[in-house]
Design a protein around this ligand. Structure first.
Ligand SMILES: Nc1nc2c(ncn2[C@@H]2O[C@H](COP(=O)(O)OP(=O)(O)OP(=O)(O)O)[C@@H](O)[C@H]2O)c(=O)[nH]1
Ligand SMILES: [Mg+2]
Ligand SMILES: [Zn+2]
Length: 355
């Protein structure tokens, strides 16, 4: 009987040369595995031929700089995660506190599916935020309008979502009536991973169940369809679809604090291209003469709310960059003081030797 190729089964889990190249710096006796679920300090991982529940080595957080997240590739010894491989992509958010605190929501995802429900007020600003997060994480993004069976006419909703998506595909579906699902299936081919994100109660888990053809994830009626509904899904968990791809379900999120970045990933290139025509390079678009952005709003070419969302994200980035610079300066000062002290100690020691 031919021996199964373990790398082949790893490929089905999303393994690629990006990860095998990293193995050279680790103990070759460690076993590669992918984190398929995280439950606090416990993780469920898949190796080439097994699924097991594991913990992390005490030093992992220090060595790797963070704990593993769903989708991460890790290296195991027995039932313990010893090392974390650098992810190819990572959907991240900023934690509360220091700007450097980033939380990985989903690692090694190819596609971010931003789910928004047809029975709620569409929030274009939230869609834009998720799109920027996906772009900064290195993943593609699509917008899904769930519960397409509810509105009489979904056309206006689709139109508003498309305006926010600025070129990213927008697609409506109904898990209840079972339409619009085939396109989603095609977006997640074998060896790729997609992640579902969006507010609580929009139907992320219901979609995953529909694609699986079985009730794998718990689903509950959202309270009054507001964002303060209970979170039915509490853990991040990815499951293999019958077609061979992987879909990661996440608990609903109210707010997505973006990790800092250099640009907005092309999500606002319509606004950006207008802003380049402002008379002043540092135009704040707040009443300066020759402001092309304000002219475009007046002419109805740009949406004022979208411009406000754009300006807000840019301000957040500026603020984070300032904080980062401040912290870097402080760290440098501390290092300098330490160095001066060390030099003095060394000098005194040399002088003592001379005596
Ligand atoms: N009418 C209709 N209702 C749906 C559809 N999909 C989901 N729902 C309902 O929406 C509610 C919430 O669905 P969930 O799948 O639990 O939502 P979720 O996004 O996973 O929520 P969290 O896990 O809390 O983040 C349930 O009552 C579902 O039955 C749909 O296509 N049409
Ligand atoms: Mg859920
Ligand atoms: Zn301007």
């Amino acid at each position: 009987m031919p021996i199964p190729d373990p790398r082949g089964s790893l490929r089905a889990l999303g393994w690629s040369s990006f990860f095998s190249r990293q193995l050279a710096s680790f103990d070759p006796s460690l076993t590669p595995a992918r984190v398929v679920a995280e439950y606090g300090s416990t993780f469920v991982v898949r190796t080439a031929d097994d699924e097991l529940t594991v913990k992390t080595a005490g030093r992992l957080r220090v060595d790797a700089g963070r704990l593993p997240a769903a989708g991460d590739w890790v290296l195991l010894r027995d039932a313990c995660i010893m090392a974390l491989l650098e992810p190819r992509t990572a959907l991240q958010r900023k934690g509360a506190g220091r700007t450097s605190d980033l939380q990985v929501l989903a690692a090694n995802v190819d596609l971010v599916l931003i789910v928004t429900s047809a029975n709620r007020d569409l929030n274009p600003r939230r869609i834009e935020r998720y799109l920027v997060a996906a772009s900064r994480g290195g993943a593609d993004a699509r917008v899904l309008i769930s519960k397409g069976d509810l509105p009489d006419d979904p056309a206006p909703l689709l139109q508003r979502a498309r305006a926010a998506a600025n070129g990213a595909p927008v697609h409506a579906f109904s898990a209840l009536e079972g339409w619009g699902l085939d396109a989603i299936r095609r977006w997640i081919p074998p060896e790729t991973t997609a992640v579902l994100v969006g507010s609580s109660g929009v139907g992320k888990s219901t979609l995953l169940n529909a694609l699986l053809g079985r009730q794998e994830q718990d689903v509950k009626a959202a309270r009054d369809d507001d964002d303060r509904g209970r979170h039915t899904t509490t853990a991040r968990r990815m499951l293999p679809l019958p077609e061979g791809g992987w879909l990661l379900d996440t608990p609903g999120m109210r707010e997505l604090a973006l990790p800092g970045g250099e640009d907005l990933g092309g999500v606002f290139d319509d606004v950006d291209s207008v802003a380049r025509r402002c008379r002043f390079r540092d135009c704040r678009h707040e009443g300066e003469p020759g402001c092309a952005v304000e002219q475009a709003i007046d002419a109805g070419d740009l949406d004022a709310d979208r411009v406000e969302g754009w300006a807000r994200l840019a301000r957040e980035d500026e603020y984070q960059q300032r904080r980062k610079d401040e912290m870097a300066r402080r760290d440098q000062k501390v290092r300098q003081v330490k160095r001066t002290r060390a030099n003095r100690v060394a000098m005194l020691a040399r002088e003592r030797e001379r005596w």
